[in-house]
Design a protein around this ligand. Structure first.
Ligand code: PTJ
Length: 244
C-alpha cells in the first residue's frame, strides 16, 4: 500500500512498511516488529525529533570512531531494513567494517542481509563464516567474526537490547549504541548512547563525519574525554518525564 505523503504519520508508517516488507522478504524477524513498536513509543516521548543531547552523542560517537583503529558497525535485520544505504555510506566514510550480527541467526537471513548490503554498495560484509564466542554470552548474538568485532576496539550496535554491550565493554571495547530507549541495558552500559531513531541518527552521523573528519586527533580525543554519557542519558530521561 502506498502511504500518502500528506499523512500525519507518514514517516512512522514508512518505517513500519519497510520492516513488514523485510519480514515478508525473510530477513527481518517477527520480534523485529515488536522492537520497532517499543522504539516508536519512546520516539513519541521525545517528539520524534533529534534532541540536542542526541546530537551531542552522535558527534562524540563520530569522534570516537575517527580515533579508533578498528571500528566495526554491527547490522541486524531491523537496521538492514531501515537504513541499508546510509549504513554502507557511513562505514565507507569512516573506514569502518560492517558485520552482520543476528539474535535469531539463520544462514538464510545472513545471506539475505549480505545481499542487501552489497546491493547498497558494501564491498566486504563480515559475520558470514566461522565465529568466535564472546565470553559470558550464550545467545547467537555472542558469536562474532574473528576479523571483525572480535578484534575491534569500537563497535556501533544499533537497535538491540541485551547483554552483548556488557560483554563487549568487559573486553575493553568502546560501544556506541543507537537505541530510543534510554533505560535499556544497552543504553545504560554503552560508552556513548545515542537515544535517537536510527533513521535520523545515521544521516546525522554521516553529516558530522563530513564536518569532523579533518579535525586534529587531539581535538577529537578531548571531545570524547569531556563527554559524560550518564549525565546525557539522565537529561534525556528528564525530558521524557517532562513530556508526559
Ligand atoms: O535481527 P535480529 O535477529 O538480530 O533480531 C533483532 C532483535 C529484534 C532481537 C533486536 O532488534 C532486539 O534486540 O530487539 P529489542 O530487544 O526489542 O531491542 C531493540 C531496541 O531498539 C529497543 O530498546 C527499542 O527501543 C530500540 N529501537 C527499536 N526501533 C528503533 C529503536 N531505536 C532506534 N531507532 C529505531 N527505529
Amino acid at each position: 500500500m502506498e502511504i500518502p505523503k500528506s499523512h500525519p504519520r507518514y514517516e512512522s508508517l514508512t518505517q513500519r512498511h519497510k520492516l513488514v516488507k523485510g519480514l515478508r522478504d525473510g530477513y527481518v524477524t517477527e520480534a523485529g516488529l515488536i522492537a520497532q513498536g517499543r522504539g516508536e513509543a519512546f520516539d513519541y516521548l521525545i517528539g520524534e525529533r533529534t534532541l540536542k543531547e542526541a546530537k551531542e552523542a552522535e558527534r562524540v560517537a563520530i569522534a570516537l570512531i575517527l580515533i579508533s583503529k578498528n571500528p566495526v558497525i554491527s547490522v541486524n535485520g531491523n537496521t538492514a531494513a531501515l537504513v541499508p544505504k546510509d549504513i554502507v555510506r557511513m562505514a565507507d566514510l569512516l573506514n569502518a567494517k560492517i558485520e552482520i550480527n543476528l539474535f535469531y541467526r539463520t544462514i538464510k537471513r545472513e545471506k539475505l542481509i549480505q545481499r542487501i548490503l552489497r546491493e547498497n554498495g558494501a564491498k566486504d560484509v563480515l559475520g558470514m563464516g566461522k565465529k568466535k564466542s564472546l565470553p559470558g554470552l550464550d545467545s547467537e548474538r555472542g558469536k562474532v567474526d574473528p576479523r571483525g568485532i572480535w578484534i575491534s576496539d569500537t563497535v556501533l550496535v544499533p537497535l538491540e537490547d541485551g547483554d552483548r554491550t556488557e560483554s563487549l565493554v568487559k573486553m575493553k571495547k568502546n560501544v556506541i549504541s543507537i537505541d530510543l530507549n534510554p533505560l535499556s541495558r544497552t543504553s545504560q552500559n554503552a560508552t556513548v548512547s545515542i537515544v535517537d531513531n536510527i533513521v535520523r541518527a545515521v544521516p546525522n552521523m554521516i553529516k558530522f563525519t563530513e564536518e569532523m573528519r579533518d579535525l586534529d586527533e587531539n581535538k577529537l580525543r578531548v571531545m570524547v574525554e569531556n563527554f559524560d554519557n550518564k549525565r546525557n542519558l539522565e537529561k534525556i530521561v528528564g525530558r521524557m518525564r517532562k513530556s508526559i
